[in-house]
Design a protein around this ligand. Structure first.
Ligand code: HPA
Length: 270
């Protein structure tokens, strides 16, 4: 595994145009931000040695190097989901490569089902914390020397970055909610009872990604910031049907606001 990570990192190092310290992972239907990156050099996943290949609609599947908010960044347009059949090692492989390339700050985005009664479809939720409901742990097995065997998890989502996002939201009049992201394996959306259960357990939104990558990033000592786009609502009195297309549409509509927050944060941090 370690050799593969090294091999991929050196392949990219020989080809990447700059040495970014910030990376972004774009979630379902949230790839529009990619079009705002300038001076781009792109690598489709299928061309990168050892990279898994993404299979879901709405995931372009490429690594982009370029500039955003006046800084060098790298972005994953399309991520690898556990429900697609990838192992946790594959899902988190790109984050390990990022670490080898010198990334110290990771921005993640996802589409999620809102369970907090004050949420509306299209809301942006700053992830304050998460609950890991995946059946396999991304750090299962021999410990990587990037971090301790038993990592502390008391502040996985960097408080300063969350505060910065709030400041930008206030300035720009963007409604920003806060909450706890529950990471589940999918691919089923939740039953009404499951939404209610996750909410009772302390979750504000539920989705099928993010937690594995964030755990590995945290284990590598990266600062992490995450936003969930609330694309559907569950657990309320009237059960609402949800489809992948609706999730993509709702994510689409909120993309410009999320892009604005990310861009402005990148401009102002470091
Ligand atoms: N549940 C799980 N994953 C999701 C949801 C949901 O309601 N919406 C978008 N991704």
């Amino acid at each position: 595994m370690y050799e593969k990570i090294q091999e991929t990192a050196s392949w990219l190092r020989e080809r990447m145009p700059a040495r970014p310290t910030t990376a972004i992972i774009l979630g379902t239907g949230l790839g529009q931000l990619a079009s705002e990156i300038t001076d781009t050099t792109e690598f489709p996943y299928k061309e990168i040695p050892n990279f898994p290949v993404s299979t879901v609609d709405g995931h372009a599947g490429k690594l982009i190097f370029g500039k955003l908010g006046g800084r060098d960044i790298m972005a994953m347009d399309g991520r690898f989901h556990y429900y697609e059949g990838y192992s946790m090692k594959e899902v988190t492989f790109p984050v390990r490569v990022m670490y080898e390339l010198g990334i110290n700050t990771l921005f993640v985005s996802n589409a999620a089902g809102g369970m907090n009664p004050s949420f509306k479809i299209g809301d942006l939720m700053i992830i304050d914390d998460h609950i890991n409901f995946f059946p396999e742990h991304p750090l299962h097995g021999k410990n990587f020397p990037t971090g301790p065997r038993f990592p502390d998890m008391h502040e996985v989502y960097d408080k300063q970055l969350r505060d910065l996002a709030d400041e930008i939201g206030r300035e720009k009049g963007i409604r920003l909610m806060h909450g706890v992201y529950v990471g589940v394996q999918g691919p089923t959306f939740e039953t009404p009872s499951e939404y209610r259960m996750y909410h009772l357990l302390g979750g504000s939104a539920v989705g099928m990604s993010t937690v594995p990558e964030v755990i590995v990033a945290h284990h590598c000592g990266m600062k992490v910031f995450g936003i969930s786009v609330i694309t559907d609502l569950g657990g309320f009195d009237v059960p609402v049907e949800v489809s992948h297309e609706e999730v993509q549409q709702a994510a689409n509509a909120s993309q410009p606001l999320m892009a604005e927050i990310f861009r402005e944060m990148i401009r102002r941090c470091n």
